[in-house]
Design a protein around this ligand. Sequence first.
Ligand SMILES: [Zn+2]
Ligand SMILES: [Zn+2]
Length: 231
Amino acid sequence: MALVKCPECGKENVSDAAESCPNCGYGVKEHYTKIRLEEIRIEYEKQAEIRRQEFEAEEKCRQEERIKNVPKLEKPQLVAPIVVTVISALITLLGFSMSNVSNLEAEYSLAHGNGDPHFQGGFLIVFGLGILCYAIYLFSRRMATYNLSKNNFEEYQRQVIREQDELKKRLEAERNAKIKQQENMPKCPVCGSKNVSKISTLNRGVSVATLGLASSKIGKQYECKACKHKW
Ligand SMILES: [Zn+2]
Ligand SMILES: [Zn+2]
């Protein structure tokens, strides 16, 4: 409590706890209470902002520490790519040799139920080349990463952490989506289990088509995995 000037009429020595000014009736107490509450609010926000900045600085430190701890990348070994190349080359060659059989031999194979070697050969060629392309793609990506690590180690370290963070974010989003989906799932009315699955239209259709009117899935939308009740 303090003696103040009435903010309305200017009368001196009015208590700031007075409900109303003795001179003009102005609500002095309410006026100063509002001011004090506003001061408290501003102070609270200031503290929150300081804490937020401290947290951000710590977070940045932690992030820098993580980046600094990313180890140097070893030079990619050539053994695995060479093995893959040889295997895919062998598969492709086998495919070519099978495609090159004469039509007479092909007819013989077909007649004895061994399938068409032309067709099998074509499949093997595509398969072998597919493996080779994928291996080249993987290896060139590894080489690009290795070169980045060699030429701009700091940028490489940042990239590793960035990728880790993105992966983490993605996994978290997937988990949250799954949790949300489960929360939206209804409970089994018999046993109360949340372990229920939606009976898809296709699934129901197949069941009705095979069992006819005996199908228990007619008109039902959900199936409880715990007690097998459908509703
Ligand atoms: Zn007054
Ligand atoms: Zn149930």
